[in-house]
Design a protein around this ligand. Structure first.
Ligand SMILES: [Zn+2]
Ligand SMILES: [Zn+2]
Length: 563
């Protein structure tokens, strides 16, 4: 390794790398790189909140670091189209004084978000192999494999040396689209000399190799062979390889494919248009046509693999979906990992499905899911090809980062200069200059909670309410439910802010409390057992009541507490 070829020069400004999210947590992946008056950001992720944050729909990184650098953010570069890398894009764009870069599929999926937020940034499509200049930086994109197509790693040539950000990856040796991981380029960069590598750590605690996306084909083939009724597969709408495998099997087994749920319908359309999903003619049907076909002739690809209350699978599970109804003999497949924090919500949905006499298949009883992140051996392979001077584990909770640090030291222990690991957390400024690489102070970081703009599954009423909140205010019904009996304790109380205030207001709020009580009393057993559904029901009923009595549409934010 000849790092000397890229040895930092005196007199040039230092390069600061600042993780703004994704270190010490899953989600919110975002990294800023600054040199002189130029800052670039790689990825802008979001995170979905757990159930205990009522009314919060999305979490994004705090952007104070960018606010401090007004006008200096010259590029927002996206590695791929997962929400934990693009969910925060609409919030970063107002700070951007340059262009948004991404591959064809990434930009295709981001386009919907831009439209929803009425944003029209300068967009530049890149391909693996593309090279672009941004101020003192030269960026190059290298193909990697992951659980979706069109993913890249980013090489950032800086005045202080070469940085390599891997993005998310696994080394899929049999990618379904034939687009292989560019290990060759990684090796070349290694022999040129890489100053610092920032590497995905998600699966560092799994031994061996993760395995190809193609591995799930056998399990699904078995499911297609043995299922008498409908097959409903819940997976991420972005897992396009998974969708392709199921579409191909459907064609082979003479089943029609219906995409169910807004995210699934949108993503499948984008992917087809851009050539990342291929549907044989006549295979696809509309979700509204599902009831017309015999159950054994249908497979549904649905949203809701994380138990999200408003997603298709949760609706189907409680018999509340407009088009898809579960019958005995049908089968539901959860073809996704449970993101930590979602286990409870997923468990609830599985219980509802089981209650309808329908089998649920998960990765614990069949090989219906394979991770998109490389395991220990793949991470070692990439590290030994690149042999950077400095190594920074990213994308993981602290224990994954620490484990990745140990592995990196182990892999390079025999080299003349073993890798130097910088185990950083969000906000640590990693400075690279003539004195080398080190932690150099802290930048402001944190989380911003976004309400009502969750992209994908929240009903449009929530978005409408946000626009009305300025004029019509906020009403919070507080409901205490007895955990044992499932019954409410006392009459629910309504707290109002910015809502009409005249002599009648107190009476209306009291009456509203009784409306909430009646709503709960009349709710189905399933709704009562599911706080997400219960809250939505209360929200709808109370909004209807307030509209009727006052002509106003305040934002209604139910808080349901178990006591
Ligand atoms: Zn990813
Ligand atoms: Zn990720």
């Amino acid at each position: 390794m000849s790092v000397s070829a890229h040895a930092p020069t005196e007199g040039v400004p230092p390069v600061d790398v600042v993780p703004l999210g994704g270190l010490g947590e899953f989600g919110l992946n975002m990294m800023a790189i600054s040199c002189g008056e130029t800052t670039i950001v790689i990825d802008a992720g979001a995170m979905f909140p757990e159930l205990d944050l009522p009314g919060v729909d999305l979490i994004v990184p705090d952007l104070a670091y960018l606010e401090d650098r007004k006008g200096q953010l010259k590029a927002l570069v996206l590695t791929h189209a997962h929400e934990d890398h693009i969910g925060g894009v609409p919030y970063v764009l107002p700070h951007l004084n340059g262009a948004l870069y991404g591959t064809s599929l990434t930009l295709g999926i981001v386009a919907n978000k831009l439209e929803e937020h009425s944003l029209e940034p300068n967009i530049i499509e890149i391909k693996p192999g593309s090279v672009i200049s941004v101020g003192p930086f030269t960026l190059e994109f290298v193909r990697v494999t992951h659980s979706m197509p069109d993913c890249v790693a980013v090489v950032i040539r800086t005045p202080q040396g070469v940085l390599l950000h891997t993005g998310d990856f696994k080394v899929d040796q049999t990618p379904l689209d034939g687009e292989a991981f560019d290990l060759h380029r990684f090796a070349q960069l290694g022999s040129e000399g890489v100053l610092a590598m920032f590497c995905d750590s998600t699966n560092i605690d799994r031994r061996g190799y993760t395995g190809s996306e193609a591995e799930v084909e056998d399990a699904f083939e078995e499911i297609f062979t043995s299922t008498e009724g409908k097959i409903i597969v819940a997976t991420f709408a972005s897992s396009l390889y998974r969708l392709q495998i199921i579409v191909d099997l459907a064609a082979q087994f003479d089943r029609k494919v219906a995409f169910v749920g807004r995210g699934m319908i949108e993503n499948s359309q984008i992917a087809q248009r851009l050539g990342f999903l291929h549907l044989p003619t006549g295979v696809a049907i509309k979700d509204s046509d599902v009831p017309i076909f015999p159950a054994q002739d249908v497979v549904c690809l649905a949203t809701g693999s994380q138990g999200e209350a408003n997603a298709a699978l949760s609706r189907i599970a409680i018999d509340d979906h407009r088009h898809v109804e579960l019958k005995e003999g049908d089968r539901v497949v959860l073809s996704a990992r449970a993101i930590p924090g979602n286990e409870k919500a997923i468990g609830r949905v599985m219980n509802h499905i089981a209650r309808r006499g329908v089998d649920v298949i998960t990765e614990s009883n069949k090989h219906v899911h394979v991770s998109g992140h490389g395991s220990e051996e793949e991470l070692k392979l990439v590290l030994s090809l690149v042999r950077p001077k400095y190594f920074v584990p990213v994308h993981g909770e602290y224990r994954q980062l620490a484990q990745h640090a140990r592995v990196a030291k182990f892999v390079t222990r025999g080299l003349p200069t073993p890798v130097e690991v910088l185990t950083a957390e969000n906000g640590d400024v990693l400075r690279f200059d003539v004195a080398g690489g080190r932690k150099h102070g802290k930048a402001p970081v944190g989380r911003v909670l976004i309400d009502g703009t969750r992209v994908g599954e929240v009903d449009d009423e929530v978005l409408r309410d946000r626009r009305h909140i300025a004029s019509d205010g906020l009403v919070v019904p507080v409901v205490a439910i007895n955990a044992q009996s499932g019954k409410i304790e006392g009459v629910p109380e309504l707290v109002a802010r910015g809502f009409v205030s005249d002599d009648g207001t107190a009476d209306i709020l009291a009456e509203g409390g009784r409306v909430v009580a009646t709503t709960i009393a009349e709710a189905s057993v399933e709704e009562r057992g599911d706080p997400g559904l219960m809250k939505e029901r209360i929200r709808v009923e109370l909004r209807r009541f307030l509209k009727k009595r006052t002509g106003r549409r305040p934002m209604v934010l139910p808080v349901v507490m178990e006591v």
